[in-house]
Design a binder for this molecule. Sequence first.
Ligand code: ADP
Ligand code: ADP
Length: 217
Amino acid sequence: MRLVLVGPPGAGKGTQAEFVAAHLCVPKISTGDIFRANVSQGTPLGMEAKRYMDAGGLVPDQVTIDMVRDRLAESDASDGFLLDGFPRTVPQAVALDKMLADLGTSLDLVMELVVDDDEVIRRLSGRRNCRSCGKVWHLEFDAPVRDGICDRCNGDLFQRDDDKPETVAERLRVYGRDTAPLIDYYGPQGKLVGMDATGPVEDVTVRAIDALRSYGA
Ligand code: ADP
Ligand code: ADP
């Protein structure tokens, strides 16, 4: 299964991607995670990406597309994958179709997580990430037992710089301008399934897996 998750920042893509990828036995490929790993390792890619990420903008298409092409060439992605956060622009979607066509394959499904702006802001403002294992928590909806400490690995929790209110507004604007047009790109291809992503995490996961089942996955 070759699947893409689309949705505004904070919709729950990363959270659902974990469960759905495990259910499908495919790797979860998150461009945001790959960029953040490069930023923390101080690679040239990370240094370039950071400028855009900190401002709430998108990393340029060509940089992102080259990075995804390399990742999809790895052997674990040969039989399927779940892309979280890519494509985020129509040129990225066109490039992905071309990459897959060159490999003799194509995307199966694009799942859109639908959440309104107020909920997105609630989810982003309470998001906390573990510095050691990367697990994502939420101060209100999925709070760790001890303040600021990850229950899974005892690591420190931090708030992403781009989750601060001044950057969130810009990210939502960029989503509407650059990413929402993907709906019109994938809709006519018959590959788009829209899904209500409100309510408890487990309910959304059940909805996602049911939707996949009805598409034969
Ligand atoms: P969120 O989970 O909140 O939607 P991500 O972790 O997916 O955010 O991405 C964080 C940042 O990384 C984005 O705001 C953007 O700067 C950069 N980024 C991630 N994926 C892409 C992409 N496909 N194209 C361009 N920039 C990206
Ligand atoms: P995205 O990858 O789309 O940016 P995340 O998966 O990181 O979104 O989720 C954003 C925040 O919202 C996280 O703190 C996460 O714990 C929380 N969250 C995710 N799904 C839900 C949900 N169904 N209900 C409440 N909070 C959620």
